[in-house]
Design a protein around this ligand. Structure first.
Ligand SMILES: [Zn+2]
Length: 1111
């Protein structure tokens, strides 16, 4: 038999399968050395020529067992025949490496302790020792085998041979360390190694080998040692041992030398990972994770909505990482979820569920179609009435509160009794339709000057901010000390008001569509949980986009490493650590020390809970969880002052929750400088260097098992000393900014042409009004034909900001609103073609209170659309009610779009709904060929792809996921039958395609997107109305490709895996995979290697002769 035959028998028909089996059986029973060697050689040839598949085939045919039996048989003799043993052990290592059950098989065959014994007797014979060590390494893949070896002093034997070998026997050293590492897969063995002081030994060994530099194969040994140490860190005792043996300090020092030696660079990443794993888990410095803001929900005075707390799982120090199986790979899990998540139930995709409420509740919403009841003949007269009626706008606000409580109440009642109608009284209905209409700015200011309601303490702070600016601006105001508090406050109030006036007078802000004084009055009416009385300057003063675009920030390749090493330094050099709380949202008495930055966040949309000065110019910042819960920290917006110019300050937001962020891919936070604003540059600008995002060593105070926190770190160098600056996750857009904007817009339109109505859809849980805007064109005349045309106009419904942290959605909406009110020809045409129903902020409470995801009920409102609760989810309940109503009168919207922001992706894109695409993508067996579906859902994305530079058609999808079944998009599509029902997702970062490629998105781009979305609606007028005209299409280039951009055909959703590991709990990727096969193959004597005795030499001769014969 020769190897060629053997190869044939492996590959071909079942009849020849027996060839391998015969070979294996002969091997076990053969008594003579020559034939055994021959067979081993044939097997080795077979396996080395093929792929892993051959080895697995051999395993399936009992190859492992045959080799183990042969091993046991060979060792029965008093003096084992090493000529045979060596190739046998080599083959066993190669096959066992791929056999998951090799350990158990070896235990069964009685080969485990035998191999250990063999090693013990050959400690001084490098090649024999290596062969045994590889087998031990392979056998230890089974936990029970590793344990068995550990119990029989395996660790001690291997540890004792380590110092005996040097660079001359690299293979043996490496084999020993890998075997040692493999044994550390069990908790008992790690404990053994710790108790015997082997950890410190491994550390010293690492130091020694590292000292040899990049010569003599030392880096490979260092790698193996790091692998060992990584294994140790899977256990709490192991981590503690490394710390107590000065491991972190040692590794940190060594890393510094690696950084300067190119040949050792590959050791840096695994060493840094190792240190990250060892850092003691630290509880986030908060008394409780629960939000500093709590709100008593109606009917539930002691409501504790946090579900995780209820589960009562206690979090212990990092021990969640102690499990035997490592945490699953995030990305893989996400992929799996995605496929499972697609809705494959055709009836669920196609059938419309029953309405969630009785029909008789719908007529109430007729008041939200004011375009029908409006008397266009008396246009002038009515607008006068409106102006006078709003002098008492607050009282009509109160009417609405009454109206809504009545409304919700009766809805509940009706649901229960399932009878009786609830109709709005004509008077309530009237006041409802006419609220929110602003009178002149002056009148509003008189009535609601924001300062009048300010409470004393925070008012002082508010004054403080502007006061400093005022001084710089040479205002008359001088602070006067030594008066009693009340007097002082009165004076400050007075001065504050004067100051605002003076500032506005001197430094005309000139922000388009913004009026600071209107903002003040809007903010005074906003109801927040803590009762905000301070305005953040940027919201009050306004923002305009800076001229010039802002490119994505280039990322230095090793920036994360640098930051992590700085963080590790905190444990090593405590000398420069200050650790001083300088701001606490819950402690009003805390004054910022004179030698630290000052922070503040108690204003609309503000979010910063605590600031800790870590070093002279470094601060740990902790965000506030969403109100009434202990999660979702991501959005931040705070004021910072008392800075020095030209000093780099490092900020670390240490309780971020998402596992990755666009901050790792070129995104920067935004900064607004009051000083710059007053000098004529009122801009939010992208700011911050050395931006990166990675997992840290903090854990929550309680209740959340397996929760990891992430650090967002960035460095800001302020331009001016003594400035007041604001930092935010993204361009803020407050509720009061929306209210101001709507009032300004309303004043800006020509009432003879544009029908613009602001109404209050409902009130939120904390009593804020949720605005509904209707925009359409006034009819050309009040004649029958024109009035009929008005009635026939299809509806378009647009909503935004259901997720409060997605301020980008508001900027897109701002663009939409301004465009629809403009005199642009396309806008005019769209108004004549459609009636727009816009709810620009579905979650005012969340926005006001600086929340990221939820409403005050700690629920994601965009998961409540199936059965919204009239009391707990009023904005969703009534938006859906309005949709039902439009449906019931035959005016189902032609398009529905909910504006969102996407934190993990670039560009702007749409999610839609398609039965066919969902079934097709899910691999459903349902035949989609016969399924009829209007492809019209693709019209708008196609149009946007051509006209909107930030838009990426390739990022869109139209899949209906089960996990999204209660979102606006899916419910409006399924329940209302709206074919074009979308979620529009806008990036926080920027674009990676088109003409904006490589640029961060600015408010102008976001607003442009809002405009483009409107323009894309023109594509729908083509066949539905006669208003479509060629010239308009030319106007926006709809049919020309001037703006056409080549979007890459990348359906790739997420960013490529990042070069630096954001995580560190899983096995260090830099250390994965051993080159066991090549090591085994090279375990033959070379000329310069010391002979291990004549016997050995002879045996090799014999062996090679045998090889010769077999060939
Ligand atoms: Zn969202």
């Amino acid at each position: 038999m020769n190897s060629a035959q053997g190869r044939l028998s492996m590959a071909a028909s079942p009849s020849s399968v027996s060839g391998l089996e015969v070979l294996l059986s002969t091997l076990q029973n053969s008594g003579d050395t020559a034939s055994t060697l021959n067979i081993l050689n044939v097997l080795d040839e077979l396996l080395s020529a093929g792929t892993d598949r051959r080895i697995h085939y051999m395993i399936s045919k009992g190859g492992s067992e045959a080799l183990l039996t042969t091993l046991v048989n060979t060792c029965c003799n008093a003096s084992p025949n090493y000529t045979m043993l060596l190739p046998l052990l080599h083959l066993l290592a190669k096959i066992g490496h791929r056999d998951r059950h090799i350990g158990l098989k070896a235990e069964k065959a009685g080969a485990v302790l035998l191999t250990l014994n063999l090693l013990k007797h050959n400690i001084k014979q490098a090649r024999r020792a290596s062969a045994c060590l590889w087998v031990i390494q392979v056998l230890s893949s089974s936990v029970s085998t590793a344990k068995l070896i550990g119990e029989n002093h395996g660790l001690d034997i291997i540890y004792s041979l380590l110092p005996q070998y040097t660079t001359k026997h690299l293979l043996t050293v490496k084999a020993a360390i890998h075997a040692f590492a493999a044994l550390l897969c069990t908790k008992t063995n790690v404990c053994l190694a710790v108790s015997k002081g082997y950890i410190s030994g491994l550390l010293r060994l690492y130091e020694d080998w590292h000292g040899k530099g990049s010569q003599h194969g030392a880096p490979a040994i260092c790698h193996a040692l790091l692998r060992c140490l990584h294994k140790v860190t899977h256990r709490t005792t192991g981590r503690q041992a490394i710390i107590s043996q000065g491991g972190i300090k040692l590794l940190h020092q060594i890393t510094q030398t690696c950084l300067s030696n190119k040949g050792l660079e590959t050791l840096v990443e695994p060493t840094v990972q190792l240190m990250r794993k060892c850092l003691p888990k630290t509880c986030i410095p908060l008394a409780s994770d629960r939000s500093a803001y709590t709100f008593a929900l109606p009917g539930r005075p002691h409501f504790v909505p946090d579900t995780e707390l209820a589960s009562g799982i206690a979090y212990t120090d990092g021990s969640s990482e102690d499990s035997d199986d490592e945490e699953a790979d995030d990305s893989q899990e996400a992929d799996k979820d995605y496929d499972d998540d697609l809705e494959t139930d055709v009836s669920k995709l196609r059938l419309r569920p029953d309405p969630d409420r009785p029909k008789n509740l719908l007529p109430q919403y007729s008041c939200f179609c004011p375009e029908f009841s409006y008397n266009f003949q008396e246009m002038d007269l009515v607008s006068e009435q409106e102006e006078s009626s709003t002098t008492s706008s607050s009282s009509s606000d109160e009417d609405i509160v009454l109206l809504n409580s009545l409304f919700s109440h009766s809805t509940r009642k009706n649901r229960k009794r399932n009878s009786s109608t609830c109709e709005l009284s004509p008077s309530l209905s009237r006041s409802n339709s006419e609220t929110g209409v602003s009178s002149t700015a002056a009148a509003l200011m008189e009535a609601h000057d924001f300062h009048r309601n300010n409470d004393t303490h925070s008012a002082n702070l508010g004054v403080r901010t502007i006061e400093r600016q005022a001084k710089e601006q040479d205002c008359r105001y001088q602070r006067q000390d030594g008066q009693d508090h009340k007097e002082k406050h009165a004076q400050q109030s007075q001065s504050h008001r004067t100051m605002i006036d003076i500032l506005l007078e001197r430094r005309r802000a000139c922000i388009p569509n913004h009026e600071p004084k209107l903002y003040c009055s809007a903010a005074a009416k906003a109801r927040s949980i803590p009762g905000f009385t301070i305005l953040a300057f940027p919201d009050f003063w306004g923002h305009i986009s800076p001229s010039g675009r802002e490119p994505m920030a280039p990322r230095k390749p090793d920036i994360q490493r640098k930051k992590v090493l700085e963080d590790i330094q905190r444990f090593l050099n405590t000398g420069d650590i200050i650790n001083r709380v300088v701001f606490d949202l819950e402690d009003d008495t805390l004054q910022g020390p004179s030698d630290s930055l000052w922070f503040f966040s108690k204003f609309e949309s503000g979010n910063l809970r605590k600031a800790v000065q870590v070093r002279r110019y470094e601060y740990d910042l902790i965000l506030n969880a969403d109100a009434n819960c202990s999660q979702h920290s991501q959005w931040f917006y705070f004021e910072v002052s008392n800075m020095m110019a030209e000093v780099p300050y490092r900020f670390n937001i240490i309780n971020c929750e998402k596992s990755n962020s666009q901050f790792n891919y070129g995104m920067q936070p935004v900064l607004y400088s009051v000083r710059e604003a007053l000098e004529g540059r009122p801009h939010w600008i992208r700011s911050g260097t050395e931006v990166c995002y990675f997992r840290n060593h903090f854990y929550p105070t309680r209740g959340r098992m397996k929760t990891s926190f992430y650090t967002l770190t960035f460095t800001i160098t302020f331009k001016h000393s003594e400035d007041v600056c604001y930092l935010a996750y993204h361009y803020p857009y407050t509720y009061s900014a929306l209210k101001t904007h709507l009032n300004v817009l309303q004043k800006s339109v020509d009432p003879a042409k544009v029908f613009f109505r602001q109404q209050i859809l409902c009130h939120t849980l904390s009593g804020n009004s949720c605005p509904l805007v209707t925009i359409t064109a006034c009819p050309a005349s009040s004649g029958m034909k024109d009035m009929q045309q008005l009635r026939d106009r299809p509806c378009i419904m647009l909503t935004a900001r259901v997720h409060p942290g997605e301020s980008n959605a508001s900027w897109v909406m701002k663009g939409t609103l301004e465009f629809l009110c403009s005199s642009d020809l396309v806008a005019q045409s769209l108004r004549e073609a459609f009636v727009f129903k816009i709810i620009p902020m579905l979650n005012p409470d969340g926005v006001i209170n600086g929340m990221n995801r939820c409403d005050l009920n700690s629920e994601d409102l965009n998961r409540q659309w199936c059965k919204p609760d009239p009391i707990l989810n009023p904005t969703i309940y009534h938006t859906k009610g309005l949709l039902y109503y439009l449906n019931s009168i035959g005016r189902t919207p032609l398009v529905f779009c909910d504006y969102h922001g996407h934190s993990r992706k670039k560009n702007v894109f749409l999610y839609g709904c398609s039965v066919k695409e969902t079934l097709w993508q899910s691999g459903s067996p349902v035949d989609t060929v016969g399924l009829k579906e209007d492809p019209g859902y693709r019209t708008i994305p196609k149009a946007l792809d051509r006209i909107a530079p930030a838009f990426s058609f390739n990022s869109c999808n139209y899949l209906v996921e089960k996990s999204r079944s209660a979102t606006a998009r899916v419910v409006v599509w399924r329940e209302m039958g709206v074919l074009r029902s979308y979620t529009m997702e806008s990036t926080y970062n920027g674009c990676n395609q088109g003409i904006y490629k490589g640029l961060q998105i600015g408010t102008l781009d976001l607003q442009e997107m809002g405009v483009k979305f409107c323009q894309s609606l023109l594509s729908l007028t083509r066949d539905t109305t006669f208003f479509y005209s060629r010239s308009l299409v030319n106007h926006i280039n709809l049919d020309h490709n001037i703006l056409d951009h080549n979007s890459h055909n990348c359906f790739e959703d997420d960013e490529p895996p990042f070069i630096e590991d954001i995580e560190y709990s899983t096995d260090c990727t830099a250390l994965k995979g051993t080159d066991l096969d090549s090591d085994v193959n090279s375990n033959i004597p070379s000329a310069d290697e010391e002979s291990e005795g004549d016997e050995e030499h002879m045996a090799t001769q014999d062996w090679q002769d045998c090889i010769g014969q077999s060939q």
